[in-house]
Design a protein around this ligand. Structure first.
Ligand SMILES: Cc1ncc(COP(=O)(O)O)c(C=O)c1O
Length: 367
C-alpha cells in the first residue's frame, strides 16, 4: 500500500515553509535573523514558569480563561472576541480551516509571511499574490490589492509586513478592511510584530475589530517578550468570527505553563515592550546610515525594527555566510522566491549589539 495515494492531493503537493530564527543552531553567534524584543524575556519569566509547575498534573483549561481575561483587561476587548492560540501560527492555520474550501480564492502581497499561503494551499484554496514593487519601496500597494479583491473570500495583511518591514497606517488598513467588507471578503490582519514598532498604539486596529464584521487580527507573545520557545498567541475578532474559529480549534491548545505565563506577562510586564520599541526607534537610523555606508546591502531606514535589503553583487546566502564568519547571523531571504534570493533581513537590537553588526558588515566589506 502506498500512503501517498491515500493522502489529500494538497498534502501530497505541499512543501513545508522555510523560516528564519535558526539562532539555536549557532551557539555563540549573535542572532539578528529573528525579530524579537532585544531585551530578551522579562526577568520574572522563571518565577512565572515555577508558579505553574504544579499544575502540569492536570489538563489545561480548554478555554484558556485566565489568559484570555488578561488579554481583555490589557486591551479593552470582550472575552467572546478573543481566542488563544499555540503561537499565532496555530491561528494562521485555523483561519483557513474555518473559512476556506477547495477552490476558494485568497489575496495577499508577495513577499509576506509564508505560513498564510501554506495554510490556504493545504485547504486547496487558490492564492492570488500581488507583488510588491521595488520602485514603491516594497510597500503593500493597497490600491492594487483592492483592484484584485473581486471574488476573493479573504485577504491577508501583515503589519509591519514580514519580511519587508514596512508599516501601513491604521487609516489605510481600515479603508482596505471596508473595501473587503463591500466585496464580502474577510481580512486577516497580522499584528504580531506591531507592538515593537514605536507609536504602535496609534497604528493598531484592535479597538475597531469588535465593531467590524470581517476582521480577524492576530497577536503573539513570541516577538514582544522574546520567547519563541513557548507557544503563546491570540486572535481578536468580532464574537461571530471568534465563535466559528473556536468550534474548529484543537482542544487544550495552550498548556498550563503557557496560559499562566501568558496571563502574568500581559498583566505585569507590558512596559517591557514599549521600552524596547522606543530604544529600537532611536537605533534604526544610525544602523541604516552606517550599514549603507559599507556598500554591501541597499537598505532604507525601516518604519519598523527590522531591515530588508538587496545585497550588492552577492546572494543573500553568500552575505549570510560572510557575516557568519564575523559571528553574526542574518536571514537569507531566498525562501521568499525570486528576486529575494539577493536579499537579507536583520533586526535592530541593543546599541552595543547593533555596533557589532555594523562592525561585522564593515569587516565583511573590507571597509
Ligand atoms: C509575521 C509573523 N506572524 C506570525 C508568526 C508566527 O509566530 P508565533 O507562532 O510565534 O506567534 C511569525 C513568526 O515568525 C511572523 O513573523
Amino acid at each position: 500500500m502506498d500512503p501517498n495515494e491515500l493522502a489529500r492531493i494538497e498534502v501530497q503537493r505541499s512543501a513545508r515553509p522555510v523560516h528564519g530564527g535558526l539562532g539555536w543552531k549557532y551557539p555563540g553567534v549573535e542572532d539578528f535573523s529573528s525579530n524579537l524584543n532585544p531585551y530578551g524575556p522579562p526577568a520574572q519569566l522563571a518565577q512565572y514558569i515555577d508558579e505553574a509547575r504544579d499544575r502540569l498534573i492536570w489538563y489545561p483549561d480548554d478555554h484558556s480563561t485566565e489568559f484570555r481575561n488578561a488579554i481583555c483587561s490589557r486591551l479593552g476587548v470582550a472575552p467572546d472576541q478573543v481566542i488563544a492560540g499555540a503561537g499565532s501560527a496555530e491561528l494562521i492555520r485555523l483561519f483557513p480551516e474555518t473559512f476556506l474550501d477547495r477552490g476558494d480564492k485568497v489575496l495577499m502581497p508577495r513577499p509576506t509571511f509564508a505560513e498564510y499561503g501554506y495554510g490556504c494551499r493545504l485547504r486547496g484554496a487558490e492564492v492570488i499574490e500581488v507583488p510588491l514593487r521595488e520602485d514603491n519601496d516594497l510597500r503593500i500597494d493597497l490600491t492594487e490589492m483592492m483592484s484584485r479583491l473581486q471574488g476573493c473570500k479573504a485577504a491577508y495583511i501583515c503589519n509591519p509586513n514580514n519580511p519587508t518591514g514596512r508599516v501601513l497606517s491604521r487609516k489605510e488598513v481600515l479603508e482596505f478592511a471596508s473595501e473587503c467588507e463591500r466585496r464580502k471578503a474577510l481580512l486577516f490582519l497580522d499584528e504580531t510584530l506591531l507592538e515593537l514598532v514605536p507609536g504602535s498604539k496609534d497604528i493598531t486596529c484592535i479597538a475597531e475589530v469588535g465593531s467590524r464584521d470581517n476582521i480577524f487580527l492576530i497577536r503573539s507573545l513570541t516577538k514582544c517578550f522574546a520567547m519563541p520557545g513557548m507557544r503563546i498567541g491570540y486572535g481578536i475578532g468580532n464574537d461571530r468570527i471568534v465563535r466559528l474559529m473556536d468550534s474548529a480549534r484543537l482542544s487544550w491548545n495552550l498548556g498550563q505553563l503557557e496560559q499562566h505565563v501568558g496571563a502574568k506577562l500581559l498583566t505585569d510586564c507590558y512596559g517591557h515592550i514599549s521600552k524596547a520599541a522606543e530604544m529600537m526607534g532611536k537605533e534604526r537610523s544610525r544602523m541604516a546610515k552606517e550599514i549603507s555606508a559599507t556598500g554591501l546591502v541597499n537598505i532604507r531606514e525601516p518604519d519598523s525594527f527590522f531591515f530588508f535589503g538587496r545585497c550588492n553583487g552577492r546572494t543573500g546566502l553568500e552575505m549570510q555566510e560572510e557575516l557568519l564568519g564575523q559571528n553574526v547571523l542574518v536571514r537569507d531571504c531566498a525562501s521568499f522566491g525570486h528576486p529575494f534570493e539577493h536579499y537579507v533581513r536583520f533586526s535592530v537590537k541593543t546599541p552595543e549589539r547593533n555596533s557589532s553588526l555594523i562592525e561585522a558588515f564593515r569587516r565583511a566589506g573590507g571597509v
